[in-house]
Each structure stands twice: as C-alpha cells, then as structure tokens.
Design a protein around this ligand. Structure first.
Ligand SMILES: *Cc1c(COP(=O)(O)O)cnc(C)c1O
Length: 295
C-alpha cells in the first residue's frame, strides 16, 4: 500500500519559483492527505480483523470519497453518516459507485458521532469507527510521512488545515528534521485557536509552526471573487488544479506573502498539495465562463 508523489518546481507569473509536493497525484479518489491519513487507519482495522469501515462527513467531503475508494480497493465494505438533509451530488455519486452506503442525519444528531456509531453498529462485530476527516493518531503518523521523501532544505512549508491532523503530522516531521524550517498552516475555516489546539494535542514542541489566520475567506467552503480569480489564473498558467476549499487558500497565502514582502524572493518554499480537487465539481457555478473569443 505505498504511493509516491513527486515534487515539482512551479513558476507562476513574475513570482520566484516555489516547489509543490504533488500528493494530489497519489490517486484521483484516495487523494492527497486523505490517503496519508487512511494508510495506518486501514492497517489498524485489518489488524483488528474488521472489514466494515464506518465514517462521517459532509455531502462534499473529500474524506468520504477517499474512504469509499480505499474500502473498495483494499477489501472493506463501507458506510457513512452524511451531515444534513438528503441530497445528491457528484461526490456522493462516485462514493456510491465505490459501494459506500449513505445515511443522512440531522446536524444535531451528526454532532455525536460515537453515539450514532453505537446506535447503528453496536451489533456489527466487523464495524470500525473512523472519525470525520479521518482525524486520529494513526492519521498523524501517515501525514508525518509526507516529508519522508523530501530531502532538500526548505525555509518554509505551507499546508491547509481543516481538522489540523495533517499539520500535526507535518510538524512532527519538521521538528525531527531539526532544520530551521517553519511550517505555515492555513486554516480554511474561521479558526479562533482551534487549529493550534489540535496540533498541540498531538505535538509538544510548537516553535516551528505559524498559524496563518488571514486566509479563510469567510470560513469553510466560503470564497471571494479574489480567490476564484486567483485559482483560475494559477491553474491556467501552471497546469496544477487547486480548489476553492483547501489548496486555493494555501497558494493564495504564499503569493500574498510574496507581495507583502513577508516571504523573501530567495526563500525556498514547499507547498503541500493535499489533493481534493474533485470538490471543485461543486464549485462550477462560482466560476465565470470564459469571455467569448473575438470573431
Ligand atoms: C481534508 C483536506 C484537508 C484538511 O486536512 P486536515 O488534516 O483535516 O487538516 C486539506 N486539504 C485537502 C485537499 C483536504 O481534502
């Protein structure tokens, strides 16, 4: 179950080159950090002899799709509690094709995940609980491995944070490398300290982490015209898709910090592309059509 992802040098407009760890290329469906997180979760489920994954997510969750695809690939069945009223979309459609069974639950019921699991699966000895977004210690181990194949010395590493699990893994690896590298974490929701708290629950030494709280664009899955325009420019000029929920905000932060002089032109910068680009299918309506070609 091992995957490799390359590092690409990326030159965008007149900015200095940066490097991108292309975890988005690991797999189209078990994408990016979701694969990193699932790797040891699935190992643990197998070790406990469980063959039914039960997990949780919103209707556009990259985690649900990754879980569904990984379950199908590695010999598990898979069920998911989906937050909110029953809907259908591209992500749920794909996860259904991979065999995932969906149960839609109210936002109130969704809050107590352990209770949902106990109510519905306490009689299923094969059921294995996987938290929303795959957040757990095993996920942190997997995410620390993102930097295993990164040998150059970077001054700054940038990544997105939802739960903060990926950032926690990266920080462990940065701390172990004993370099002067700073890990810049971009929370994609209005943070108010939650990301820092999550990271601190997994990692003791926090000197090398900087939480970048200015790039959430209004909150989870919220966008602004500025961000959408940036995504179009970046994708059309580099050939690398980035999305409006996670990686778009990370790359925006990097170039904004170049503009403001917070990043020096000769700094070595690594952006972690955590994948998740199929979520863009839900954002089609936000992007303006290309202007008509002149006759
Ligand atoms: C889920 C996801 C994240 C957030 O990861 P956390 O470990 O929950 O912080 C970041 N980027 C992408 C593309 C994701 O799908």
């Amino acid at each position: 179950m091992d995957f490799y992802s390359p590092i690409h040098e990326v030159k965008f407009e007149s900015y200095p080159s940066i490097w991108v760890k292309r975890d988005d290329l690991i797999d189209p469906f078990i994408s990016g950090n979701k694969w990193r997180k699932l790797k040891y979760i699935l190992t643990e489920a197998k070790a406990q002899g469980k063959n039914h994954l039960v997990t949780f997510g919103g209707a556009y969750s990259n985690h649900l799709l990754a879980c569904a695809a990984a379950a199908a690939r590695f010999g598990f069945t898979c069920s998911a509690f989906v937050r909110g009223e029953e809907v259908d979309n591209e992500m749920l459609f794909l996860s259904r094709l991979f065999g995932m069974k969906h149960s839609f639950v109210s936002r109130t019921d969704y809050r107590d995940k352990q209770k949902l699991f106990d109510q519905h699966y306490s009689l299923d000895p094969q059921a294995y609980f996987i938290n929303e977004g795959g957040a757990c210690e095993e996920a942190v181990w997997g995410c620390a491995e993102i930097l295993d194949q990164v040998h150059a010395d970077y001054d700054h590493i940038f990544c997105a944070a939802g739960t903060g699990t990926t950032a926690a893994g990266l920080l462990r690896a940065v701390n172990e490398s004993r370099s002067n590298c700073k890990l810049h974490v971009v929370p994609v929701l209005k943070d108010q300290g939650a990301t820092h708290q999550t990271i601190a629950s997994y990692v003791e030494v926090l000197e090398n982490v900087v939480i970048e709280n200015d790039y959430h664009f209004g909150g989870y899955a919220k966008t602004k015209p500025d961000l959408l325009q940036f995504i179009s420019r970046f994708t059309s000029q580099t050939g690398i898709l980035i999305d409006h929920v996670y990686t778009g905000k990370v790359f925006y932060a990097i170039y904004d910090q170049f503009n403001k002089g917070q990043l020096k032109a000769d700094a070595r910068i690594l952006a972690i592309h955590t994948g998740g680009i199929l979520g863009l299918l839900g954002a089609k309506k936000f992007f303006p059509l290309n202007p008509k070609k002149p006759l």
